[in-house]
Ligand binder design. Structure first.
Ligand SMILES: Cc1ncc(COP(=O)(O)OP(=O)(O)O)c(N)n1
Ligand SMILES: Cc1nc(C(=O)O)sc1CCOP(=O)(O)O
Ligand SMILES: [Mg+2]
Length: 710
């Protein structure tokens, strides 16, 4: 079995203080610790073995128990009947090979490693010798005064990337490190002081677990029957898990021949094969939650119970499939009895009203009575019960989460649809997934329920089958553009640039550009162009300032503000350099009226700016950066003739400004901001952005054309 190392407590008798190691462990395991390492440097082997025996009783299989350094104590405790799962060994402790030989193939053996040499040595051992590496310290810590130099998160990331063995991060780890260490490749977090000194280790551990779950994609296993029509059973579970943000896996307990009109036949594979399926998953994959659905008979149920007891998945949601919508009982008496045993392993049970009645052994009449029955069942099995009102008569379809002495009700009008096939399977899988994502139980129910109701409302669009059709598991995703493959920012930039290829070619062929390049451009035409450019820049600066105002990040805000500043400076420089006697340009000529092309371009920019949509606005702003930068670099490179590079060129100083490296850098940044924004918006908004970009590019062409055509 692969170990769940997500939260790993290493004990320290001094840090546990008056509360003691045993009580600290009890509370930390209540909170979700998955591995406990007894570490007591001062205890004798006999004392360590005695502590292991006591801890094994307190932990009661809810977490794995290993001992630091003391292989002999582990063996002694085992001999006395304690469940000791393994050892954690340092570089100077007994050899891993001896520990493996003495403890056996199923033991959990960890090894400390914090350098390339340690890693290479661990990898040189026969395969299966070491189960995980304890890698640290992440930060300096007083708990181990002789600790090696700190790796930091980056050092840990590099180590984990090189290690095929799971790496547990240790040393100075606190709750705020959870997300970043999981992202850095940690298979788990090993902590001493963060839990041993916590005022309430259960609360502290639960907080770690929530953060850990929220930082990854949960691996959720459905153990249920197959519905070939796809609306219920493992097929529905897999869709629900995926729609709720999890990775779904399925172990099939029974094959049914069914469709939306009913079940025709059931085939139950041998339970030996069921166990093979279950072990194949748990030997390889850390399971974050299990959802259990149809279990055909007592033998199947007992097989699942045995497996659950050996693996102890952290979250178990049971949908006790035992009463058909018709009211028929689906399980015989022996199986119903075994199911009662299974329910004591559950965290949440999701019976329909008929199943609730069977489970409490009496009829249930109406909603209030259902809540009372839910409380009885919750107390009897020690799990929360999601009491579902879907089978009530009337316009309301409430649900309630009952347990821990509280009832949280969720109201809702019944959704008028006959497409109810598989709603129970779907809701319980969505709930298991949301719990595995670290959501609090009531929040998880609220979210799963909202998703189910949306999937019910949109089910008509599916038109699957003649009977009770399935829900539309991905309706929400589809409505939010989830079918579109999200292009990367680089893809978008390339696609948009290609989309204005014709405009770019037309600009290259304009008489104005050709004459500017070869120096034959008429002086009046050039002055006309500059005057229009000055008029343009003044307004463009205002539009850039608006982009800065709307920007979602301070970096973007600063960038567009700087660009606005650059535009104003550019405009002032134009006036200063051309309104001179030597240039022979009069203020009257230079302060010309807006030409139609200038006006049209500015109207486009102002319309997007005052529309208040940041994404569209920056898309419209971009061509002015990109086309000028591209043209400037190509002029400078001699693509339009060598003469454009000649210092004696009549417009040499002007051409030089086109190829300014600072402007090139700003253009790269502008392209990045626009394309990154485009990559995050919906496809519809991306189309609007692209249209704004293409329109602005066409205005650029007209702007360049105007001096010789207008
Ligand atoms: C999970 C984990 N990783 C590393 C250690 C350190 O073990 P070791 O190197 O043997 O040092 P001591 O704990 O013996 O001081 C650990 N205990 N647990
Ligand atoms: C026991 C131990 N081993 C380490 C290693 O790097 O090998 S660091 C460490 C102590 C970690 O304690 P805390 O969580 O209080 O910082
Ligand atoms: Mg050691």
């Amino acid at each position: 079995m692969i170990a769940d190392l997500s939260l790993y407590l290493v004990t320290d008798p001094e840090l546990c203080g008056e509360r003691g190691v045993v009580e600290t462990v009890r509370q930390a395991v209540d909170g979700g610790v998955r591995v406990v390492q007894l570490r007591d440097k001062k205890a004798t082997d006999a004392e360590t073995a005695a502590q292991l025996i006591e801890l094994s009783r307190v932990i009661d299989g809810r977490a794995l128990l290993v001992v630091n350094d003391r292989l002999d104590a582990a063996l002694a405790a085992r001999a006395a009947g304690a469940r000791v799962d393994g050892v954690h060994l340092g570089q100077g402790d007994v050899s891993v090979l001896r520990a493996r030989a003495e403890l056996g193939a199923g033991a959990l053996i960890g090894l400390t490693a914090n350098s390339r040499a340690h890693l290479d040595a661990a990898l040189a051992l026969p395969e299966g010798s070491v189960d995980y590496l304890g890698v640290g310290v992440i930060r300096p810590t007083k708990t181990k005064p002789d600790h090696p130099p700190a790796l930091g998160v980056d050092g840990f990331r590099a180590f984990a990337a090189a290690s095929p063995l799971p790496c547990v991060a240790i040393g100075g780890v606190g709750i705020d490190d959870t997300e970043v260490l999981r992202d850095a490749g940690a298979a788990g977090l090993a902590v001493v002081s963060a839990l041993c000194t916590a005022p309430d280790p259960a609360v502290a551990a639960a907080a770690f677990v929530r953060q850990w779950r929220a930082a990854g994609v949960p691996r959720v296993l459905s153990i249920a029957g197959s519905d070939p029509s796809g609306g219920a059973g493992v097929q529905a579970d897999l869709k629900s898990i995926a729609a709720s943000g999890g990775f779904g896996m399925a172990v099939i307990t029974a094959l049914t021949a069914q469709n939306t009109q009913g079940v025709r036949a059931v085939h139950v594979p041998p339970t030996g094969f069921l166990r093979e399926q279950l072990d194949a998953i748990s030997d390889d994959i850390v399971i974050d939650a299990v959802k259990i659905g149809m279990l055909a008979n007592a033998e199947v149920i007992r097989t699942v119970i045995d497996w659950l007891d050996s693996v102890r998945p952290p979250i178990v949601v049971v949908d006790p499939v035992m009463v058909a919508t018709s009211g028929d009982r689906l399980l015989d008496a022996e199986a119903e009895h075994a199911l009662g045993e299974l329910l004591t392993r559950a965290d949440v049970i999701t019976p329909n009203l008929g199943e609730l009645a069977v489970l409490v052994g009496r009829d249930v009449h109406g909603w209030d009575d259902a809540l009372a029955a839910g409380s009885v069942l919750s107390a009897a099995v020690g799990a929360r019960v999601l009491v579902k009102g879907g089978h009530l008569v009337g316009a309301d379809a409430p649900d309630a989460l009952v347990g821990d002495g509280a009832i949280v009700e969720f109201e809702g009008a019944r959704i008028a649809t006959g497409n109810t096939h598989g709603t129970g399977c779907s809701l319980s899988s969505a709930l298991a997934t949301r719990l595995a994502r670290g959501e609090a139980p009531a929040d998880a129910v609220a979210e799963a329920r909202a998703w189910l109701r949306e999937s019910l409302r949109e089910s008509e669009a599916l038109a699957v089958g003649q009977g009770h059709g399935p829900i539309s598991h991905f309706a929400g995703l589809w409505a939010r553009g989830g079918l579109e493959t999200r292009p990367t920012a680089e893809d978008i930039a390339a696609e948009w640039w290609a989309s204005i290829a014709d405009i770019r070619s037309e600009i290259d062929e304009l008489p104005f550009i050709r004459a500017l390049a070869d120096g034959t451009l008429d002086r009046d035409a050039f002055v006309f162009y500059l005057a229009q450019d000055a008029l343009y820049l003044r307004e463009y600066a205002r539009v850039l300032a608006e982009a800065s105002r709307l920007a979602p990040t301070s970096a973007e805000q600063a960038f567009w503000a700087n660009s606005a500043h650059g535009s104003i400076v550019g405009e002032l420089e134009l006036h200063a350099s051309w309104l001179t006697p030597e240039a022979g340009v009069s203020a009257a000529t230079f302060a010309a009226e807006h030409a139609p092309a200038t006006l049209a371009y500015l109207d486009h920019l102002r319309a997007t700016a005052f529309g208040g949509d940041y994404a569209e606005l920056i898309a419209a702003i971009l061509p002015c950066f990109w086309l000028y930068d591209d043209l400037g670099r190509r002029l400078h490179a001699g693509e339009f003739g060598e003469y454009a590079r000649d210092p004696r060129h009549p417009y040499a100083s002007w051409l030089a400004t086109y190829a300014d490296p600072a402007f090139e850098q700003a253009t790269v940044q502008a392209i990045a901001y626009v394309s990154q924004t485009a990559a995050t918006v919906t496809p519809e908004r991306r189309t609007i952005m692209r249209r704004a970009f293409e329109t602005a590019a066409a205005h650029e062409r007209e702007f360049f054309a105007a001096p010789l055509c207008g």
